[in-house]
Each structure stands twice: as C-alpha cells, then as structure tokens.
Design a protein around this ligand. Structure first.
Ligand code: AMP
Length: 186
C-alpha cells in the first residue's frame, strides 16, 4: 500500500488485510511500538521520527524480515509505509524471492498536498502523534515522500504491478476502488 503520509494507507490496509486474510505490516506502527516500550531502538529512532525524516533502511528491513519469518496461516502480506526508498524496495524484492514470494500488487493512493495536510492535522487530535501536530514536520514528511519514496512508484511501474487509485472520497468509496484492483489479481 503506497501513498504520501496522510493518504489513508493505514486505515485502508487494516480493512484490506481483514478482507483478504493478509498480515498487515506497518513499519510506522512497529517503530511507534518501540518508542512506546522505551526500547533502545525506540530511543535511537525517536528524534528522526519526530523530525519527519526516514529511519535507516537496515532498521526497517530487519523488522520486516523478522515478521515475515514468524508468520503462518496468512494468504500474504500487506506492507504499509514500506518500502519507502528504492533501497528498501530492492531489499524487499530479494527477501521475498529468497522465500519463494513476490510483490503482486502496488496500490498507490493519490491525494493532493492540501488535503493531506488537513487530514494529518485532524488525525493529530485523535492519534496524539507529534509528527501530525506540527505543520513544519508535515511539510517535511511530504517533501521526504516526494524525494525518496516517489521513485519507488517507478520501480513498481517497471515491474508492472503499480495501480494508481484516487485517494479522495469517503473511506468506503476508496476501499471499493482498492478492492476492485485486488480482485484483478486473485
Ligand atoms: P508512518 O506511520 O508510516 O507515517 O511512519 C512514521 C515515521 O516512522 C516516518 O516519518 C519515519 O520517520 C518512520 N518510518 C516508518 N516507516 C519507515 C520506513 N519504511 N523507512 C524509514 N522510516 C520509516
């Protein structure tokens, strides 16, 4: 599940995971859990996350590998907020290939910047996420997405798996657009 911060990846991934028996893997959620648990890793990553920068590739790659290897009984995985760099995308492809799996679909939610900022500010009120509450950090996260993460869409396009999906509308409308794409590959 792909798209800029605030595009609805988390919300939609959770429901898609339920519907299609997938394990939802959000690197953002995993990192926030480390922070909340006060682990050494969490403490090391907290300043990077608070600034809206990306944590090092090897940190998230190791987290994902560990989850893939400890999961059974699922039809597959839905990655949310990962891969965020071309290096992460390369590592994911290798990791999956080594385990006899592949990327089947890359859903890209498209939402304009003004709507993203608005959504994140609203989310801050309920999520308590510091990186949603500060407009400068929101701006930086969008800029980081454009500089480092958007190139991954090209990676998906070349692999023939990317599908652009309009991410503006009601949650249900967007969910049904996403499901139509999933239905084309199952
Ligand atoms: P998210 O919940 O996906 O918006 O992620 C929140 C923050 O966690 C990001 O702003 C990054 O600091 C960090 N993060 C989450 N996923 C990744 C990733 N795949 N690569 C690097 N940093 C990440």
């Amino acid at each position: 599940m792909f798209g800029p911060p605030g595009s609805g990846k988390g919300t939609q991934s959770v429901t898609l995971a339920e519907k299609y028996n997938l394990l939802h893997l959000s690197t953002g959620d995993m990192l926030r859990a480390e922070l909340a648990a006060g682990t050494e890793l969490g403490r090391k990553m907290s300043a990077i996350m608070a600034a809206g920068e990306l944590v090092p590739d090897d940190v998230v790659i190791a987290m994902i590998a560990q989850k893939i290897d400890s999961t059974t009984g699922k039809a597959g995985f839905i990655f949310d907020g990962f891969p965020r760099t071309v290096e992460q995308a390369d590592a994911l492809q290798v990791m999956l290939k080594e385990r006899g799996m592949k990327i089947d679909l890359m859903l890209v939610l498209e939402v304009n910047d003004a709507e993203l900022t608005d959504r994140m500010k609203k989310r801050a009120l309920v999520s308590g996420r510091a990186d949603d509450a500060d407009e400068a950090v929101i701006k930086n996260r969008i800029a980081v997405y454009q500089a480092k993460t958007e190139p991954v869409i090209e990676f998906g396009r070349r692999a023939g798996v990317s599908r652009m999906v309009d991410g503006v509308g009601s949650i249900d409308e967007i969910f049904s657009r996403l499901c139509s794409q999933v239905e084309t590959i199952i």
